[in-house]
Design a protein around this ligand. Structure first.
Ligand SMILES: [Zn+2]
Length: 759
């Protein structure tokens, strides 16, 4: 497999590269193996023997023992540590103990479910026992469905299918629900935000149906490393007692984890060489030597761009087919082919979106290159886990973008290596989400007076739904009274708010959807005449059809960008929590956000000159959500000249937003920041951070709880930024100084503001 230059030599060459800002080595780890548990059936032991396994890893043994005792567990294990045994072994054992025992496996995607089915079926075949395991998803043929319902001992599905096909038809699944002993939830960390809040309610419905049929299943969850796996597991399953299993006993080869910050090309603005270029150069070095390499990039389009450049760069050494792309949108058999060729080594390089981050089996590669920070530390480790075989050395290279999030994390490599600060949050009592699932639950089984929804009081909502003529009350029971089937109209993967679809009509014969955007962002980014940047390509919005929520765009090549003014106003409706600092007050509660786009400017790319403007005619938007308000009470700020104060608050909110997003594990579109020189509720300078979903999904609550850390990190981040007086990577603006004292930069003023809160 190895070409003329071994991997070690290329790694050594990289050591001299001055753009590498951090080099971390993870030492090789011997396997920690224990004898088979006493309670394990001989048939399982034999099947393991057949595979040359004479003992199991410590974390697998702990899981086995705990589950057989009836404990709910969350196993936190890295990629390729044999986590599937954490659930497959106890589930099979339970079946051998009681042949009617059933298990339900929930995977976040269909592809993962398919993968798991093959794995468990191979194991069952080796045991020569009669355990039926099936996947149940949109692709399952109608004639097989009935077999799965009646005879499936292990049913493998995804949350969407559980929500829309299994639970509403529970009467067809009586043998499953009567005998359900174990529920497996894989990739727990993916259930956060809106999606997680929905799935937690699906689990509430599932448990309700289990109770009805008299079963009380145990939960086995697995997760990547996050700060709060036990808490998330408890929130999602509604179970109070969860055992954490993190004694990973799998062996590891030596691994290098390297952070690469591209050189600065524009000193004044602190802008760096594009990460895609650097990624291509680095990946090509390994690929030229035929060393198996995976490149991760965030968007589908960037995957395609990197792929074509890489193929070009190594065309002398490798044919085109040796490097493949992998992303959502490829057909399943095409994906299977790529996975197979990666496993057998025929494919040397693959460029992928996070589609390959989850457990799909592609074997272990030697090199992983990431184009930018993937959005969470948990994801970074999942991606990094793709490189590294049991005995061989491997290397992971993360290349930063110029954006504040990447730059912030590159200043804090300890986040990657000393335990993740990311906390995954859900808010299962978000009113909109809760009401949706109460409808589904009422369809499934009538609610009785006094019944709670896994602990949450719901009578008021049921009364409301009765008034709305959705439910009908009779002899202390609420029944579903509509003909329509509620789960059909409820998607687990989006919030209630609508998105605007972006349609490219550059090619007359073929209009294509290139993306979508929430209505709030669309106000400023997709108005008529806006220049919309999509993966580096400029498009002009020709027509925004607000009623139909469609934006028609066309590819252009212009020398300006557009910048729209959004008048956002926050009203604090109710304060739930408050904390006082020396020079400010922090409050958390209900807020109403109103936003209206007013005008836009055309700004020349090179010089930032204003070369034109226009009016925007779009309706005002309202959002009722949760947020925090940081209100300054200090004399220093109250006396500050208005323009300076405004810029200071803008700079501060820019930093706070980015740092907060890392802490609460969300995208920066999920948590917005708005500065106000004179907020309505206090008439004082205030920075707001709010959840960008109706009803909130727990992000700003988490920000409230971690606010001290967020402030400390923000201060540290600005101090360490290499710019002199502010730049787009830190406070968002460059070269602005105080009108009173030219020597006092905005960077310094923002720092002072943070210090005044902290001290
Ligand atoms: Zn800076």
């Amino acid at each position: 497999m190895f070409g003329k230059k071994p991997l070690q030599q290329l790694i050594e060459e990289l050591r001299n590269d001055k753009h590498i800002t951090f080099w971390h080595e993870i030492e090789e780890q011997e396997a920690s193996i224990v004898p088979f548990p006493n309670l394990m059936d001989d048939r399982i032991k034999q099947a393991l023997h057949k595979r040359g396994i004479e003992g199991i890893y410590t974390h697998q043994a702990s899981s086995f023992d705990a589950v057989l005792k009836g404990e709910n567990i969350v196993a936190v294990t890295p990629t390729a540590s044999g986590k599937t045994f954490c659930y497959n072994l106890p589930v099979i054992q339970r079946h051998l103990n009681r042949s009617n025992s059933r298990a339900l496996y929930i995977f976040p995607t269909k592809a993962l479910a398919q993968d798991q089915k093959s794995e468990i079926n191979e194991f069952i075949d080796d045991m020569e026992v009669n355990i039926n395991s099936y996947t149940y998803d949109g692709d399952t043929p109608a004639n097989i469905r009935q077999v799965v319902r009646k005879a499936g001992h292990i049913v493998i599905t995804n949350p969407d299918m559980l929500h829309s096909a299994i639970l509403p038809h529970h009467t067809k699944w009586i043998s499953l629900f009567e005998n359900l002993e174990t529920i497996v939830i894989d990739e727990l960390h993916t259930y956060r935000g809106v999606f997680g809040s929905h799935v937690a309610n699906v689990i509430r419905r599932l448990k309700r149906i289990c109770r009805y049929y008299g079963s009380n299943p145990t939960f086995i969850c697995t997760s990547a490393t996050i700060a709060n796996p036990k808490e998330l597991c408890s929130e999602l399953t509604g179970e109070r007692y969860i055992k954490l299993i993190d004694n990973n006993g799998a062996p590891k080869g030596k691994k290098h984890f390297v952070l690469y910050n591209p050189p600065i090309v524009n000193k004044q603005l602190n802008i760096r060489k594009p990460s895609t270029k650097v990624v291509n150069e680095i990946a090509a070095r390994f690929l030229k030597e035929k060393i198996q390499t995976i490149v991760f990039s965030r968007s589908r389009v960037s995957v395609e761009i990197i792929l074509s450049h890489l193929q070009e760069l190594v065309k002398g050494e490798l044919n085109k087919k040796s490097i493949r792309g992998y992303r959502g949108g490829y057909l399943p058999n095409q994906r299977r082919e790529i996975e197979r060729n990666l496993r057998n080594g025929e494919t040397v390089g693959v460029v992928s979106t996070n589609a390959l981050e989850l457990g799909v089996d592609i074997g272990q590669l030697q090199v992983c290159v990431m184009n930018g920070y993937p959005g969470s530390i948990a994801s970074s480790w999942q991606q990094a886990g793709r490189a590294g075989r049991r005995k061989d050395e491997s290397i992971v290279i993360m290349v930063a973008n110029s954006n504040p999030l990447d730059q912030y994390l590159f200043q804090h490599p300890e986040f990657f290596f000393e335990g993740s600060p990311e906390t995954a949050r859900i808010n299962k009592d978000n009113l909109i989400i809760l009401v949706d699932h109460l409808k589904c639950a009422a369809y499934e089984l009538p609610f009785e007076r006094g019944e709670t929804f896994d602990g949450t009081e719901i009578e008021e909502i049921l009364e409301y739904l009765t008034e709305e003529r959705v439910l009908h009350e009779q002899r202390n029971k609420w029944y579903w009274m509509n003909d329509a089937f509620p789960a059909h109209n409820i998607s687990l993967r989006s919030a209630a708010q609508e998105n605007v679809i972006i349609i490219d009509q550059s090619q007359v014969e073929k209009h294509r959807v290139i993306g979508e955007m929430d209505t709030f962002s669309a106000l400023t980014l997709l108005h008529d005449e806006a220049i919309y940047l999509h993966e580096g390509t400029q498009f002009q919005v020709e027509y925004l059809d607000w009623d139909e929520k469609k934006a028609y765009v066309r590819e252009v090549d212009v020398e300006y960008f557009t910048d729209a003014n959004l008048a956002v106003q926050l009203k604090v409706l109710e304060i739930d929590k408050e904390q006082t600092y020396r020079e400010c007050v922090l409050q958390y509660g209900d807020m109403m956000v109103t936003a209206m786009a007013t005008i836009f400017k055309k700004i020349k790319l090179e010089t930032f000159e204003n070369i034109g403007s226009g009016q925007i005619h779009l309706p005002e938007q309202e959002l009722h959500t949760n947020g925090i308000a940081l209100t300054f009470t200090s004399e220093m700020f109250l006396k500050m000249e208005e323009k300076t104060l405004e810029q200071m608050l803008m700079g501060l909110s820019h930093v706070l937003q980015h740092v907060a997003c890392v802490r609460v594990m969300c995208d920066k579109n999920d948590l917005h920041a708005v500065p106000e020189v004179k907020a309505i509720h206090s008439e004082k300078p205030t920075v707001f951070l709010y959840d960008r979903y109706p009803g909130g999904i727990g992000l700003s609550d988490s920000v409230f709880k971690q606010f001290n850390d967020i402030l400390n990190d923000s201060e540290d981040f600005i101090r360490r930024c290499p710019c002199e007086d502010g730049c787009p990577s830190c406070i968002g603006i460059a070269g602005v100084t105080s009108p009173i004292n030219e020597k006092e930069s905005m960077k310094k003023i923002v720092l002072n503001a943070i210090t005044s809160v902290l001290s």
